[in-house]
Design a protein around this ligand. Sequence first.
Ligand code: NDP
Length: 502
Amino acid sequence: MAERLTSTSGAPLSTNENSKTAGSRGPLLVEDHALFEKLAHQNRERIPERTVHAKGWGLQGKFTVTHDITQYTCADMFSAVGKTTEVLSRWSTVAGERGAADAERDVRGFSLKFYTEQGNWDMVGNNTPIFFVRDAYKFPDFIHTQKRHPKTNMRSPEAMFDFWAGQPESVHQVTILMSDRGIPRSPAHMNGYGSHTFSMWNAAGERHWVKFHFKTQQGNEWYSDAKAAEIIGQTRESYQEELWNMVEAGNFPKWTMYLQVMPEADAEKVPYNPFDLTKVWPHGDYPLIEVGELEMNTIPENYFQMVENAAYNVNNVVPGIGFSPDKMLQARIFAYADAHRYRIGTHYEALPPNAPRAAKVNHYHKDGSMRFFTNDFGNPNAYYEPNQYDGPVADETVAEPPMKIDADAIIARHKQLEDEADYVQPRALYSEVMDDAERDRLHKNMAGGMAPVSDAVKERWLAVLGKVHPDYEAGVRRALQTGDHGDPSLPVTDDTPLEVDA
Ligand code: NDP
């Protein structure tokens, strides 16, 4: 027999369809509190949409250590081969809103929350090893170009390419975005990268710089622009459907985790800034070291509870894993927690997807909106520190080893366009990693995205491509001239910049 329907305070309800009225025709009586509660709840069903990465898909699963990396880290989750840790993943597109189609050409977020015994470690990455900009000052500007134009309320290729042409450090990431990997078949068919340089320290207090890689075991698969347009015509939820079908069929998506490890002193020697988010570390110099296997095998019971409420923080690190001087990483340490406090509320870390599962939470933060938990450590007198009641105390043994920082405080001005270092790695990707067919598709995809852009912006961006490789510029120019490109999947809507009356 079905359970009884109740109010939110648990009282049984006699109806869920007929309001209480004066006579059978109305008006309503204001004492029908259950009706008002129902309507009020509906008004509050949304929390603010993420400014970026609004459309997402999540699964729960586990991580298993397969190789010993204790020489690099004392992080508890890597302490023994065979050790498993629960994980919550969230993958996302960047630009589209919550209702956007899944199969758009865009970078994908690739976030993992590891519920370790030393607290949650959040690996808040992307499906690309690098990013468009290296300084957080440019991040809001960049995102504005990916979102809607303030007047047309449409997305603007003109703004995107205008920004990239003026910020040529972006060309590495734009090359990946316009390559085959710009429209992965599903989250299961793409790699994940921590992108930033992080640090690890071992039990002896020795620090190494590291990069995190999660390589798909399903293989990198992708859609062409034309195929993506066809799919979007049929369904906007192709990723959710694919992940759902895989997990329901017991065909759990898996990734192999690798590390790249750089001795601390090497950072002064390599011919690029190893903390620059627009650069990779070449595999030839820093080979991939296998660490473990990620298996995502469970569909969360409630999407909103576990995925919409999931709050990933780059500042959620655990002893043995730390930051690096990367400016973008440092800015994210502020921005992510700030976003969650705004979007979800003060105690967002206590919600089910975010609360640690294998670690006890002991802190002295008090009260505030939605403080729905007690002092977890069961010691009500110890609500300040220091105290005489044996309340929680800091553990100096988990302190990060000292990091030497000895430099002048400066604003390092970058010579946009002129810095050859910005073209070296996209050149390697274009001329050494891609084959002829991949280059051809890159030219056509890029031309498709650029087709609606003004000639002035086209020429400025083609000049940037020419600095990467003359064949790159020539190939895109040719595709633009012949119109030989697939249906552009960048939403092409406003083909000219707005004329503004003086
Ligand atoms: P490698 O040949 O050792 O590695 C190239 C990497 O490129 C492989 O990991 C491959 O991934 C990946 N790749 C292939 N096609 C694409 C694509 N369309 N978009 C993004 N990545 C792709 O070379 P290096 O390490 O010397 O790097 C050369 C260039 O490769 C770099 O400048 C960078 O542009 C790119 N790259 C490098 C990575 C790194 O961490 N070193 C990571 C990803 C890209 P897979 O093995 O899955 O096929």
